[in-house]
Design a protein around this ligand. Sequence first.
Ligand SMILES: [Zn+2]
Length: 389
Amino acid sequence: MSGQINIRRDTTDQFYRYKMPRLQGKVEGKGNGIKTVLPNIIDVSRALSRPPAYATKFFGSELGAQVNIDDKNEKYIVNGMHEVPKLQDLLFTFIDKYVLCGNCKNPETDLIITREHSIIRRCMACGQCTDVDMRHRLSTYIIKNPPPKEKKGGQHASATTNGNPAQDGGSSEANSGDDKDFELLAGDAANLRLDDDDDWDIQLDMSEEAVAERQRVLSGGIKLSAGGEDEEADPYDLLGDFIKANRDASDREIFEKAQQLDLDKKHRALVVVIMCLFDEPASVVKNVAKRDKILMAFGDSDKHQRAIIGGFERVIEANMDKLLPKAPAIFKALFDEEVVEEDAFLEWGKKPSKKYVDKEAAKQIHRAAQPFITWLEEADEEDSDEDSA
Ligand SMILES: [Zn+2]
């Protein structure tokens, strides 16, 4: 997708899962009335699961400029003339301070206002709660204009609604009438977190290993370096770059590259390989038969099998329109070529999991793949009846 950039400014990882639209700004008016309109701050904020007022307010306080926040008419304006690169830079600062987990840098966090009126970021990936700088003017604003209530996240309820009118002109709708809009805005990530019945609770094994694994999985099953300023090139990235730069590379060449990078036994490398090799929607099914060897080269453990299914889930997710209807055919091809075994599919088929894709996509893919899973189950029953394959 063009115009999408990584939410984290310190990663150039092309497979980094969390993206947002590049910020736009449009200067209007002149003289004293000159102002910078933020035409896509709603979309950007949605990607961050924050109300658009927050980033707008943040720009205002960093630039010493008045802002105009009008949620009802979806107008977000910073007075004065401001260049987009500067605003984008400030947006990244906002993300560092108010979105990313202070511990692991994952962006799927909730802002929670505590009883003591401080704000914390609660992280879905590592489970940590980290503080927000309460001296920043935006923090004061957030206390007065708390994040929207979420439908099922009971623990938020007490903190979120106080009916306090907003301070800036026109923003009094923020907490009162427009719950629907806010639900939409908060929707994606909030649902992912709070409506979740699958593995969130069970998953909270806080051992160092489990946390690291969760971060990888959440970042798209591929990579996430928690600390990161100038990290070394990531081997998963390098493998992806190699495949993309060498479209004709044979299975053997790709596997040798993986060996060189010490990824030849890593199940996650499969996700990279699959995303790169199967990026042509029209030929995904056909290519399974052609590429079966590389898919089987990395190993055949449960994790490898699950990673292959996950890789194809991501391929489908990236092109839902075209590939969702083909989900049964894709999985059937993997089964026919003996790349993924029956048991792995049946296990996967039990319930949607957001291990590799977002929850909504996982559900849709499951639904779409149901005919194949049913077919497998029936074939399984016949097998046991006849006791022959
Ligand atoms: Zn975290």
